[in-house]
Structure formats: structure tokens, C-alpha cells
Design a protein around this ligand. Structure first.
Ligand SMILES: *Cc1c(COP(=O)(O)O)cnc(C)c1O
Length: 491
């Protein structure tokens, strides 16, 4: 069971031995104003002064209060928390990767440009698209880029379209990204079997529709078999079909968004392609497009000219830049390493195993946690804690918290919203059968535990049950904010 670290829980800013820190080199400067003008200089640096040993202990202990993908099973549905291979971290630690600067002359970073170019080609192959930009920094940023591309495409054709259609099972970032790009969002309900309702789709499409955004398999883990028919309906209305490819873990090497007739797709390298994520990044959300949308991609594009890699800014139809520099390079290197190491067959095997693991685990859980809609799932599935709530007063939220006591990260809860008391579980391909068996046993055990014990969980973690509303609404993210605000909810 998870052991609470026994150490000094004071903030490092509150530890003894604090004194004003000074930077000797600054005091030696004769003209300090030339470095930082006096009006902008802090006279007192509010930093603790502690021996290195104390600082190391403090941060290592803090890290042990946390839970990461290297601690244990992290079945967070939709988020694809798979193992991040260490060879990829090693490669990004090389000076040739982490000591270069994005503004270095192109001829001095040919290798870096080659990696990015080849990663673009690999992603084209994996997605069945014709061109890829690596610039966006996250999935949602990729969606936003995709929406800007959609707009540029329609404007170029002299069309004024202002609506984006999205199914009710969509990830929350989809409507948010469409709205940020200035579109009105039209939501359509799912059919009785948890898929896109074709009649609802038909009646939502019009000459105002710019795009239909979906993910396939959808967030229930169900594959939209009618995808080609969906594509026909969308294209017949003159709209584009957008693929939320945050999680390609079910389809890599089996099929592609290109084959399904999608026009634009974003990838989450920090999910499917085994690069670390959590805590807000960094990530990478490349966007792939079909040929007719390629002219609008962000600048610069990486091109080969006279056998050299170059950055091409001369693209008059481009939507411009969506990010400083060229993307999160270290994330790109990790994804490139992963794809090269796996190869096409390896990626396909990863998808196959992710789908197998998901269905294996689903089967073990569904007698206690019912599975709504049809049975066959892809890389993830959604079960419901509704019977537990009705019969024993234990909600999905409580199950999630109790899992922490057993050393598991919680699954995604209350999403997608069309399932009551939803627990969305994605085991990924990198977990063993033994791990899945143990997890299933714990899930079932929780269902029969004393309801009060479950409702008051977690009991074994470093931080006990927190006030989630207060934590979300009043994030105190720095010591200065903490000092200003003080701890605890306002009376
Ligand atoms: C994670 C996710 C996103 C958003 O990706 P971020 O990198 O978190 O912005 C979008 N769609 C789906 C289906 C996702 O799982």
C-alpha cells in the first residue's frame, strides 16, 4: 500500500536558516543600471537559504507524495497514460538536442530539421494525410489550428460558414476550440448505441456548416462504423471532416483517418506517441491535412532545397504562426525516437494490444460496473457506477478516490456526460495481464467495501480528501500568492 512520506511538511519558504540571498556578481558590477534599471530591480530577494542537502531532501520527498505513470497503473481514459520509454529521454538529453537554439542558422541544425521533417512524413503515413505541421503545442492547440485552417479554406473558396457541428460525446476541448476560432457550436445527440446519429447529423448540416469534428473510436471507445457515410454527408454539405486524433492508440497501423475520408487531423504526441505528459505540458499537437488544405498550414514549413533542409516562410496563403519557434522540439524528438524504434509493425502491435487490454479489463468489470451501449470497445471503455450509487451510496467519484489508497491513479470520471456516474478506463498496451487482474480485483473489492470508508477516501495518500471546488476556483500557485491569500477557504 502507498506509504505517506514522513518528513517536514513546511513549505521550503518557511524553513529555518532563511536569509537574504545575493548574487555576488551583481554587487561587483560598477554599472548595475546597465544590466537592470534600478526601478525594475528588487532590493530584497525573497528566497530561502538552505544547504543543498536540505533542498534535495525537500524536493525528493515532495516528488514521492505524487503519483506518476512510472509509479503504477494510470488508467485515465482519453488521456493515454502509457509508459514513456527511457531511451527517448536519453536521446533528448544529448547536447546535440538540448544545447541548440531555435534561432541558429539552418546549416548548423540540419540534423534537427531532418528529425522534424522525417517525423512529419511518419505522421503523414500513420494518418493517411498529405502534409503535417508540428507547431501546435498541445491537442487543444492543434484543434484550434485546425479550426483556423478550416476558416482559411472556406474563405479562400469565397464561402462564409460560421457553424461547427460536434457530437455530444466529444472531448470538451472540441467545442472550446471551435468557439475560440469564432464558430458557433451545434451539438448533436448520440444514437441509442452510442454512435453518431446519422439523421441528427443530416439535419444539422447546412451551407453554414464549416466542419464536423469527431473522434473515432469515440470517447465511449466505440468505433463509428458508418464513418464513410458520415464523410459523404459532411462533404455533400461542403463542410470539412475533422478528426480528433488525440488517441490513435486503437487505429495505428490498422486504418487511418485518411482512409476514413477525414480532411484534417490533430495528433497528441504526448498521448499516443509515448512522450511524457501531465501537469500541463509540454506536449505537442501536430496537425495533418489533405493536399487541398496544405497551402494554409502555419509557417515556416520545413522543405528540402539543394539537398539541404530549409525553413520556408514564403507561403502567402498560410494562416501564419501559431506558436513561437517551431514546436516543442524535445517532445518531437521523443516521439520520433518512439516511432522509429517501433516501426510500422510495432505501432500496429501497440494498437492491437491496447484494444485487447481494454476489452480484457472491461469484461472483468462489467458484472459489477455495467457497460452501457454495445459491448465491443477499442482502446478504452466507459462503465457506470450508477447501481453502486443507487444501492450503496457510492459514487464514481468515491471509487476514484478509493483507488488512490490502493496505489492506482483514478480513471477519468463523469466523462463522457452521456453516461451516468461514468468511469472511463484506458489501460493502454504497456500494462501486463497481472496488473490488469489486480486492478479488476481492487475495483470489485471497492464495490463491496463499507460505503463510509469509500466515501471518506483517500486515507493512505500524503494529501487526504481535498475541497475540489475551492482547489479549482482558487488556485494558489506561488508562494507570493499564498502569502497574499493565506491558506484555507474564505469564511
Ligand atoms: C486529451 C485530448 C484532447 C486535448 O489534448 P490536450 O493536449 O490536453 O490539449 C482532445 N481530444 C481528446 C479526445 C483528448 O483525449
Amino acid at each position: 500500500m502507498y506509504q505517506q512520506a514522513k518528513h517536514d511538511r513546511r513549505l521550503i519558504m518557511e524553513r529555518d536558516g532563511r536569509s537574504d540571498f545575493d548574487l555576488p556578481f551583481l554587487n561587483e558590477l560598477t554599472d548595475q543600471d546597465a544590466v537592470v534599471p534600478s526601478g525594475m530591480r528588487r532590493t530584497e530577494l525573497d528566497l530561502p537559504s538552505l544547504p543543498e542537502r536540505e533542498v534535495v531532501k525537500h524536493y525528493v520527498n515532495l516528488s514521492q507524495m505524487n503519483f506518476g505513470v512510472d509509479n503504477g497503473l494510470y488508467p485515465l481514459g482519453s488521456c493515454t497514460m502509457k509508459f514513456n520509454p527511457k531511451y527517448a529521454d536519453y536521446l533528448t538529453s544529448l547536447p546535440s538536442v538540448n544545447c541548440i537554439h531555435p534561432y541558429q542558422a539552418e546549416e548548423t541544425v540540419q540534423g534537427a530539421l531532418q528529425i522534424m521533417h522525417e517525423l512529419e512524413l511518419a505522421l503523414c503515413e500513420i494518418s493517411g494525410m498529405d502534409a503535417v505541421t508540428l507547431q501546435p503545442a498541445a491537442g487543444a492547440h492543434g484543434e484550434f489550428t485546425g479550426m483556423l485552417l478550416t476558416k482559411a479554406y472556406h474563405v479562400d473558396r469565397g464561402e462564409d460558414r460560421d457553424e461547427v457541428v460536434i457530437p455530444d460525446s466529444a472531448h470538451g476541448t472540441n467545442p472550446a476550440s471551435a468557439a475560440m476560432a469564432g464558430y458557433r457550436v451545434v451539438e448533436i445527440p448520440s444514437s441509442m448505441d452510442g454512435r453518431v446519429d446519422l439523421e441528427a447529423l443530416k439535419s444539422a448540416m447546412s451551407e453554414r456548416t464549416a466542419a464536423f469534428m469527431i473522434t473515432n473510436p469515440n470517447t465511449l471507445g466505440i468505433f463509428e462504423e458508418d464513418i464513410q457515410q458520415i464523410a459523404k454527408i459532411v462533404h455533400a454539405a461542403g463542410a470539412l471532416l475533422y478528426y480528433d486524433g488525440a488517441n490513435l492508440n486503437a487505429v495505428m497501423g490498422r486504418t487511418t483517418p485518411g482512409k476514413m475520408d477525414f480532411d484534417i487531423v490533430h495528433f497528441n504526441l504526448h498521448k499516443t506517441f509515448a512522450t511524457p505528459h501531465g501537469g500541463g505540458g509540454p506536449g505537442a499537437g501536430p496537425v495533418g491535412v489533405k493536399e487541398r488544405i496544405e497551402p494554409f498550414l502555419p509557417v515556416p514549413r520545413i522543405v528540402i532545397k539543394d539537398s539541404k533542409y530549409k525553413l520556408d516562410y514564403d507561403r502567402p496563403e498560410s494562416i501564419g504562426k501559431v506558436r513561437s519557434f517551431y514546436g516543442n522540439f524535445a517532445v518531437l524528438v521523443r516521439a520520433y525516437a518512439y516511432i522509429m524504434r517501433m516501426g510500422g509493425n510495432g505501432l500496429k502491435a501497440a494498437s492491437d494490444r491496447a484494444v485487447l487490454n481494454s476489452n480484457y479489463l472491461k469484461k472483468q468489470l462489467m458484472d459489477v460496473y455495467p457497460l452501457p451501449f454495445r459491448e465491443l470497445r477499442k482502446h478504452e471503455f466507459v462503465v457506470s457506477a450508477k447501481p453502486l450509487k443507487d444501492q450503496r451510496g457510492i459514487r464514481a467519484f468515491d471509487v476514484a478516490k478509493r483507488l488512490l489508497d490502493y496505489g492506482y491513479h483514478a480513471p477519468t470520471v463523469y466523462f463522457p456526460s452521456l453516461v451516468e456516474e461514468a468511469l472511463m478506463i484506458e489501460p493502454t498496451e504497456t500494462e501486463t495481464k497481472e496488473t490488469l487482474d489486480e486492478f479488476a480485483a481492487v475495483m470489485k473489492r471497492i464495490a463491496s467495501e463499507d460505503p463510509e470508508l469509500v466515501r471518506s477516501a483517500p486515507h493512505n495518500t500524503a494529501v487526504k480528501k481535498v475541497d475540489e471546488v475551492y482547489a479549482a476556483k482558487e488556485a494558489i500557485l506561488s508562494y507570493r500568492a499564498f502569502k497574499r491569500r493565506g491558506a484555507g477557504p474564505k469564511a
